[in-house]
Design a protein around this ligand. Structure first.
Ligand SMILES: [Zn+2]
Length: 253
């Protein structure tokens, strides 16, 4: 069985739980001397007791052969075991729960994956909102531009889920956060809203923009491309911005 990579917390907890005097005393007859203990060294042919253990420092040292270290080193050298084997053995004995790095990494990966999934979902809902908004009166100028000036058919618009970000400051915010109940932090992390400077609240990042969702191979919305609206929106004071085809920007979840 491959040795698991132990979490540093486990290594530290076991080291604190395992008393070196207890552990050494199972292998060496110890006698109290001053603030520590002495005995015959198990690592060399010791005629006089030259092996000392310090409970304060949780260290052992042999004046005869120079062997020394903490509880882990003692057991590794004595039993010819690996570091992980010793830690696991002591963890069991002192009932310390074992955390491995793989486990931690898996949890972190899971956390990141589920966050990503939720971001994709927010992007998808925003994409649907934008597609719907393109067919509303406020999106009329954008729709007529892509249909008449760009010659895109309704089929193409549907296929690429082309949309329109309305010109208001909180249109998407209101829909996602207030109507759909999506956490404001999540919408912000998706890059769809921006926190206001020097005051509370958020505003929509995309206003009066043509929106094109980008899908991955699993049909998940992984990004939104935004292009300035080509003609003046009668409902906002945003000036007309040409060059729709050039100024496409990508916002990745
Ligand atoms: Zn020794």
């Amino acid at each position: 069985m491959p040795t698991p990579r132990l979490h540093p917390d486990t290594v530290e907890q076991v080291r604190q739980a395992a008393d070196i005097v207890d552990v050494v005393a199972e292998h060496v007859v110890l006698r109290k001397q001053g603030r520590g203990f002495v005995g015959s060294c198990p690592f060399h042919d010791d005629k006089s007791p030259s092996f000392s253990v310090s409970p304060e420092k949780q260290f052992y040292y042999c004046f005869g052969c120079g062997a020394g270290g903490n509880v882990y080193k003692f057991l590794m050298e004595l039993r010819k075991q690996s570091f992980a084997e010793v830690v696991l053995d002591l963890a069991q004995r002192y009932q310390v729960p074992v955390k491995t790095l793989a486990q931690e990494e898996r949890q972190e990966l899971q956390r990141q994956l589920s966050l990503k999934e939720r971001l994709y979902e927010v992007m998808a809902i925003a994409g649907q909102f934008y597609a719907h908004a393109l067919r509303q009166p406020s999106g009329h100028h954008a729709l007529s531009y892509v249909e008449q000036k760009r010659g895109l058919s309704e089929e193409t618009l549907q296929q690429f889920q082309l949309g329109y970000a309305p010109g208001g400051w909180q249109t998407l915010y209101t829909y996602l956060v207030q109507e759909k109940g999506i956490a404001v932090e999540l919408v912000e992390q998706a890059g769809l809203i921006v926190p206001r400077q020097n005051q509370q609240g958020h505003y929509d990042r995309f206003r009066d923009r043509l929106m094109i969702p980008i899908h991955d191979i699993q049909s998940r919305t992984i990004a939104l491309a935004a292009a300035p609206s080509p003609t003046k929106n009668p409902n906002t004071s945003t000036p007309p911005k040409p060059n729709f085809s050039i100024k496409v920007r990508f916002y990745l979840a």
